[in-house]
Design a protein around this ligand. Structure first.
Ligand SMILES: Cc1cc2nc3c(=O)[nH]c(=O)nc-3n(C[C@H](O)[C@H](O)[C@H](O)COP(=O)(O)OP(=O)(O)OC[C@H]3O[C@@H](n4cnc5c(N)ncnc54)[C@H](O)[C@@H]3O)c2cc1C
Length: 388
């Protein structure tokens, strides 16, 4: 008898989980509240710890048609544009971490995952289906009613604003970080001239930073700025006020200010979820942002959701007749890893937004350590293979 798996949420975490379980011979039903697959934002960075997993799911041939592998990441001053340090990527990333560092349009990644899932008989995507945060027994009944399958395991991958997480004892709603992300896509002119072609650039300034990278191989450029900001509605698609953005970048290099002024921005409140319960009952588990949303300063939120997905499938394979044991093993493996990655993001935030004496120490540290040491510092993060 094939194990039956229910996944709530067809984001990057949910779809990766669905595919990983389907490849193990499970029957998977995915329940998504939207009417179709919906990407949140345009571009995404996929570090080698994520691309290695996607390769294991046989997606590299498809994804490589869409993604771009930057030669490196340049960290530069937002005022002088001086390069502070450089992280070698491209062929160096493939060699050092045995997998590429890639940037891609989220839509291409979501569709590659969903298409691969549809190739597995018995696996179904149910759109327009909201799964309410009930107790486990009621959820099992509901999912059986919708799909005809009574799941052996329910995976909630319902994102940062997970109502399931909020309903669990010991959990609290996602917390606003005090920062917002501004996102835009633009044509390659202007901003791309500020660093060598094919590279990613991160410009640093007091309290704010700006990340730019090619949007896959489309020729467009993805811009993400993080600044302090007000808590707005918990939604992803609010139009950003260019005057407010310009205010945060006062004193920055005029070339950056000019490039910012040319784009149409959307502004997103940044929330995070810390120290929550990751499970309910004996067969319900949370993964990805639902369990542990983090601010994007290490560009690892989706990578963690992808790692969760394959680790959970691996634990289930070992303890398939005992979902509660599989969930216990999963959380024991994943919680320390996620905590460490979150701390790395917190450190990046401190370094990226430094001013005064902290900024001087940061710049000196970059100078003394150099690109090789910077890369070596990331071995534990990018060289990790979940589910291996
Ligand atoms: C500005 C910014 C930049 C980022 N850049 C990167 C990056 O470069 N690299 C990286 O690794 N990460 C990055 N991240 C983080 C990454 O976007 C998230 O961590 C990732 O998308 C989380 O995936 P998920 O599947 O857990 O949740 P989501 O993608 O939010 O998916 C949740 C899904 O569940 C559905 N859903 C919700 N509730 C229900 C319900 N009750 N019933 C049914 N369906 C439901 C939603 O409609 C949605 O489709 C960034 C984040 C931000 C904000």
């Amino acid at each position: 008898m094939q194990p039956l798996i229910a996944v709530v949420g067809a984001g990057l975490g949910g779809l990766t989980a669905a595919l990983a379980f389907a490849r193990q011979g499970c029957v998977v039903d995915v329940f998504e509240q939207s009417a179709e697959l919906r990407e949140v934002g345009a571009g995404i960075q996929l570090s080698p710890n994520a691309t290695g997993i996607l390769d294991g799911l046989a997606l590299t041939d498809t994804l490589a048609r869409h993604w771009h592998e930057p030669e490196g990441l340049i960290l530069a001053s937002g005022t002088s544009l001086r390069t502070l340090t450089r992280l070698p990527l491209g062929a160096d990333a493939r060699q050092r971490w045995q997998s590429p560092y890639a940037v891609i349009h989220r839509r291409d990644l979501l569709h590659a995952l969903a298409d691969a899932l549809r190739d597995h008989e018995g696996c179904t995507l149910h759109f327009n289906t909201v799964v309410a945060p009930d107790g486990e027994d009621r959820t099992l009944d509901l999912l059986q009613e919708i799909s005809g399958n009574r799941p052996d395991l329910i995976i909630f991958a319902d994102g940062v604003w997970s109502r399931k997480r909020d309903s669990l004892a010991g959990s609290s709603p996602a917390r606003f970080t005090g920062h917002v992300a501004w996102r835009a896509t633009t044509d390659a002119s202007g901003i791309s001239d500020l660093f060598p072609p094919g590279f990613m650039g991160t410009f640093l300034g007091a309290k704010s930073h700006l990340v730019t990278y090619p949007l896959g191989n489309s020729g467009a450029v993805n811009l993400v700025a993080a600044t302090p900001g007000e808590q707005t509605e918990a939604r992803w698609d609010k139009e950003g006020d260019p005057a407010a953005l310009a205010n945060h970048f006062k004193g920055w290099n005029p070339k950056i200010i000019e490039a910012l002024g040319e784009a149409d921005w959307q502004v997103w409140p940044l929330f995070e979820a810390r120290n929550n319960a990751w499970r309910d009952g004996s067969r319900t588990v949370l993964i990805g942002d639902a369990a542990h949303a983090m601010s994007p300063h290490a560009a690892q939120g989706a990578a963690m959701a992808i790692e969760d997905a394959v680790e959970l499938a691996c634990c289930f394979k070992c303890y398939g007749d005992d979902p509660a044991a599989a969930i216990s093993r999963f959380t024991a493996i994943r919680q320390p890893r996620v905590d460490r990655v979150r701390k790395r993001g917190d450190l990046n935030k401190l370094a990226y937004h430094a001013s005064g004496p902290t900024r001087i120490v940061r710049d000196l540290t970059f100078l003394v350590r150099g690109p090789r040491r910077l890369a070596a510092d990331l071995d534990w993060l990018y060289g990790y293979r979940a589910g291996a």
